[in-house]
Ligand binder design. Structure first.
Ligand SMILES: CC(C)(COP(=O)(O)OP(=O)(O)OC[C@H]1O[C@@H](n2cnc3c(N)ncnc32)[C@H](O)[C@@H]1OP(=O)(O)O)[C@@H](O)C(=O)NCCC(=O)NCCS
Length: 415
């Protein structure tokens, strides 16, 4: 695991990632803490901590990729199962491999009885916190009920089998938790439907229209992976200890649930609702920007140009057309103009959340399922990262600079 200085030419070191400067804590040498400390930026921004063959994000170019392929090109031309195969097995499938992979993963959608029986209680406990919090508990149970063993103790084939089983079960868990939370019975998965079609089917109980399936599939493909974000890093830290796959995924879901990471695509849609009509766009946006508030769905910590996912999802939304899409396009244009005027030089562009919310709304996904749907796609990226990390025997164990009262001080006598 190399700890190289960030390369200014690639994304990890892109100042767009906040990698410039060394304003962070001193890091001591892991061997004994006595050697020269290493300065790293706060939040490890831009620090290269490993090598990966899975993908990368180039913030300045507005480009990201899965293995050697543009993620957007994959979303435009390939189905979810193909991209899952690419991340898990390293290559896009041919026709025969596609059929075999689809059959293999469809069979894994069904939950073990112990897990299925526990879901009503989990859904009740998560009535206020929602399906993503429920997923954390359900994934943990699934790992234990399936006899998942530490990554350290099993070979690569067994690890891959565990990863496929977990990824295939996540949509079943999420949609069951969602429906139970609404007082509805879970819908059993159908093996004859694609991943995306089955996801919408299990959520709504009716077979979805092909346009909706394709739209949600494009969203899911575009969300599978996105560089070394906090949840991916979390999954890899846990994998580096040799823990079981479910432990890694539960940690990743926990990281994703934080508002600074998983965000809330529903908030961008809430903004459209709050604005209401085209004549209210300018005063609404100006008032908030001048008050120092952020407009949801704009700005990004990495991209300093248009987020490629936003561009792709705008196209998906425009295929549907209708008043919501027209309104969103109008709001986007005005927000960009107003931000350019009031925040000159900040390079603020539309991010993935703005049109993700619109597309999910058009596909009939309820707002409480927006972030869980993100998780359903990202679990494939986390799993690929876990499998890659498991090949590296080095535990991830950085250091912290002690900043408390100077030790050693006498331990006070017990009174
Ligand atoms: C995503 C986000 C956290 C990135 O933050 P960042 O790169 O650290 O941006 P910065 O904090 O450096 O902001 C730079 C400037 O642009 C402003 N800005 C950033 N995003 C803004 C937004 N959405 N609306 C209005 N102003 C914004 C900041 O207030 C800051 O202004 P200042 O220089 O006058 O203080 C931020 O853009 C944001 O909060 N966006 C809204 C939430 C959102 O859509 N999240 C989903 C992300 S995928």
């Amino acid at each position: 695991m190399p700890t190289t200085a960030a390369d200014p030419a690639n994304s990890a070191a892109d100042p767009a990632n906040g990698a410039t400067g060394t304003n962070g804590a001193n890091r001591t040498n892991p061997a004994n803490g006595a050697n020269a400390p290493i300065d790293v930026p706060r939040g490890l921004a831009g620090v290269v901590v490993t090598e990966t063959a899975l993908g990368d994000v180039r913030g300045r170019e507005g480009f990201y990729h899965y293995r050697q392929y543009s993620a957007i090109e994959l979303a435009e031309n390939r189905g979810f199962e193909d991209v899952w195969h690419l991340m898990c097995h390293g290559s896009l499938p041919d026709a025969e491999q596609r059929a075999a992979f689809a059959a293999e993963t469809a069979a894994l959608r069904h939950l073990p009885a112990d897990v299925r029986d526990a879901l009503p209680a989990i859904a009740r406990s998560c009535a206020l916190t929602g399906p993503l919090a429920g997923l954390r508990t359900a994934l943990s149970l699934l790992g234990a009920a399936s006899g998942g063993r530490p990554l350290y103790d099993i070979d690569a084939d067994r690890r891959r089998a565990d990863a496929l089983a977990a990824c295939a079960a996540v949509p079943t868990l999420l949609t069951a938790l969602h429906r139970l939370g609404q007082g509805l019975a879970p819908v059993e998965p159908r093996d004859d439907l694609s991943y995306a079609a089955n996801y919408l089917y299990m959520m709504t109980g009716t077979e979805p229209e092909p346009e909706r399936v394709r739209a949600i599939e494009q969203y899911l493909v575009s969300t599978v992976d996105h560089g070394f974000n906090a949840s991916t890093f979390t999954a890899r830290v846990i994998a580096s200890t040799g823990a079981d796959l479910a432990a890694c995924l539960v940690g990743a879901v926990g990281a994703l649930s934080g508002p600074l990471h998983g965000g809330a695509p529903s908030r961008a849609l809430d903004t459209l609702d709050a604005i209401g009509t085209p004549d209210r766009v300018d005063p609404w946006i100006r008032e908030r920007v001048l008050a120092g508030e952020r407009i949801m769905g704009f700005g990004h910590p990495v991209y300093r140009t248009e987020d490629p996912r936003s561009r792709m999802l705008r196209g998906v939304a425009e295929r549907f057309g209708g008043p919501l899409v027209e309104f969103a396009v109008h709001v986007e244009r005005r927000v960009l103009e107003i931000l350019a005027e009031l925040k000159p030089g900040r390079e603020l562009h539309t991010n993935v959340e703005f049109y993700a919310g619109v597309v999910m709304e058009l596909c009939g996904v309820p707002r409480s399922m927006f972030t869980p749907t993100f998780a359903a796609a990202r679990v494939v990226g986390w799993s690929a990262n876990i499998l890659e990390q498991a090949e590296d025997s080095k535990i991830i164990r950085p250091a912290a600079r002690y900043a408390g009262p100077p030790p050693p001080q006498p331990v006070p006598a017990v009174r």
